[in-house]
Design a protein around this ligand. Structure first.
Ligand SMILES: Nc1nc2c(ncn2[C@@H]2O[C@H](COP(=O)(O)OP(=O)(O)O)[C@@H](O)[C@H]2O)c(=O)[nH]1
Ligand SMILES: [Mg+2]
Length: 530
């Protein structure tokens, strides 16, 4: 018994590997492996190495007696009185009990008798009273049972072999003829001559039922006549099954190994990535760095801060501040230095795509170098090498577009308040200037109050108002700048981090998507090696 579970499971893994190989463009290798999988899958009977045979026949024909005779000991209870209350029973080599356990569970056989019979080591015999009837409701069981076991041995006796209902049923089993066996039991009740006649007759009827070359034994469970020949034949059948199984397993294993080699795997070693993990990480790192240079999250951060400041000054700045914002907008300086969205859209102008593309290409080429030359071209295609440049351009376009669409310049309730205060300061300034002009024009004829300031002494009121308004405006500008740069710095840091993370994730996931896909397929192929 080879490792890795029953043949069916291993064949299922081979089928998955076939599909995986096709995604790598390994069509020819996949087709060859699929043919093997199909051939192995077509094999009917029990999936393991044990030759499993069930006894069938009407109640009282001697199923239990024949099993006991074959075993050379009392395994199953023999009952002269009918109807019987027999429970299903399995007779199996002690060391093979585990292998057929799932089958027994499925058949609800909980009574297992183990044996250490060397010559019938590979044989398991099932005595299933449920299938001894040929009544309609039991046929389905035989029909579902047959594909799962290697043979069904029908036992008849001198009274029952002629039963028309039995023959009707056998005809329906004709498609499984090569896995049907027949035992004519209780031969001790017949003379030599009668045995010959009955055997010839039964054989002819079986042929008529559609079972050519029927395997028929004439035995007596009571005297042991013919039992040895039956044992020999069972041992041969079990041996033949082992040989066929071994051949199928060898074919399966070779097909899996060929797929593996085509995908650059060493069948002895199992899965190993095409690119060493450290190399892969280094190349991903290079590509991410290249993409970060192009997208430039730091530059985006600066633009965000400038944009916030510009908006704050536009809404809450001094008159001069507002005028200069308008001027900057008009001359295009805002667009150049304070427009993160435009800056994102211009990633191409900040360098060649090669900074991202080259590490990605290097990864693909180095990975492809690990597979045999005849699969290399197809693998490069599967890796997405021809489209790498377009793909990366799309990846960076998407990242920058997403970042741009999620960007929104903040507003603050404080800015218009500061703006209103600036208007007041401006009005005071105009008022003070007008006052001074009036004083000048009147030649000092208008009386003017004054404020006493320490050190400076009495200062004329209009001058005091003028100085106060200028001071107020400067303080307001300072406050606005303080608040706007706080808001701008925080937003810039957030956007910078978010953009950098998006670039990193996109390059890792999409830039190297081809390689990840190929590795996933290679893992599945490696799974078929077990
Ligand atoms: N004469 C004779 N009787 C047998 C032979 N085999 C079984 N019997 C008898 O047939 C009856 C039913 O046998 P059993 O093995 O319980 O049949 P099952 O119902 O098919 O399992 C019992 O009385 C057995 O003694 C045989 O080879 N010769
Ligand atoms: Mg019985």
């Amino acid at each position: 018994m080879s490792e890795g579970g029953p043949l069916e499971e291993r064949v299922a893994r081979l089928r998955e590997a076939v599909e995986a190989a096709r995604t790598l463009g390994l069509e020819d290798e996949a087709a060859a492996a699929r043919a093997v999988a199909r051939r192995v899958g077509r094999r009917a009977g029990f999936g393991g190495e044990v030759y499993v045979m069930a006894l069938a026949g009407g109640t009282g024909v001697g199923k239990s007696s024949v099993l006991n005779a074959l075993a050379g000991e009392t395994v199953s209870e023999v009952r002269a009185v009918r109807p019987t209350t027999d429970r299903p029973l399995a007779w199996v080599a002690a060391d093979q009990q585990r292998e057929i356990a799932p089958l027994l569970e499925w058949l609800k056989v909980d009574q297992v008798v183990t044996h250490a019979d060397a010559s019938l080591h590979g044989v398991a015999i099932l005595d299933l009273p449920d299938i001894d009837s040929v009544r309609g409701e039991h046929r389905a069981l035989v029909d579902t049972l047959l594909p799962r076991i290697d043979a069904v041995t029908w036992i008849v006796d001198p009274e029952k072999y002629d039963d028309e209902r039995v023959h009707t049923y056998w005809r329906t089993l004709a498609p499984h003829a090569d896995r049907l066996r027949f035992v004519f039991n209780k031969a001790d009740r017949l003379t030599e001559e009668q045995r010959r006649i009955v055997a010839d007759d039964l054989r002819a009827r079986l042929v008529a039922d559609g079972i050519p070359r029927p395997m028929l034994h004439v035995v007596s469970a009571t005297t042991g006549d013919g039992i040895d020949r039956m044992r020999t034949e069972l041992a041969n059948a079990a041996h033949a099954k082992v040989i066929v199984s071994a051949k199928l397993e060898a074919d399966r294993s070779e097909a899996a190994a060929r797929l593996a080699r085509a995908a650059g795997l060493d069948p002895e070693q199992g899965y190993a990535p095409l690119l060493a993990v450290a190399r892969h990480e280094a190349l991903v790192g290079e590509a991410v760095d290249g993409a970060l240079t192009l997208v430039d999250p730091r530059g985006i951060g600066q633009q965000v801060r400038a944009a916030v400041l510009s908006r704050a000054r536009g809404g809450g700045g001094s008159l001069i501040g507002r005028a200069s914002v308008l001027l900057e907008r008009f001359t295009g300086r805002t667009r150049r230095d304070a427009d993160p969205v435009a800056y994102l859209g211009m990633w191409r102008s900040r360098g060649a795509l090669g900074r991202v593309l080259n590490p990605v290409r290097a990864a693909l080429v180095e990975a492809a170098a690990e597979v045999p030359p005849e699969s290399r071209g197809r693998l490069l295609e599967a890796l997405g090498a021809p489209a790498a440049e377009k793909d990366l351009e799309r990846v960076l376009d998407n990242v920058t577009r997403d970042a741009a669409s999620s960007f929104e310049l903040p507003r603050s309730a404080i800015w218009p308040i500061l703006g209103a205060a600036q208007l007041v300061a401006g009005a005071l300034l105009v008022f003070a200037v007008a006052w001074l002009v009036t004083l000048f024009v009147s030649g000092g004829a208008v009386p003017v109050g004054s404020v006493d300031l320490p050190l400076l002494g009495p200062i004329p009121m209009p001058l005091a108002v003028l100085a106060g308004s200028v001071l107020l405006s400067a303080v307001l500008v300072w406050l606005l700048g303080l608040h706007a740069s706080y808001v701008g710095r925080r937003l810039a840091a957030r956007i910078r981090a978010r953009t950098a993370a998006a670039v990193r994730a996109a390059v890792q996931a999409e830039g190297f998507a081809g390689l990840s896909r190929v590795e996933a397929a290679r893992r599945v192929i490696a799974g078929a090696l077990e």
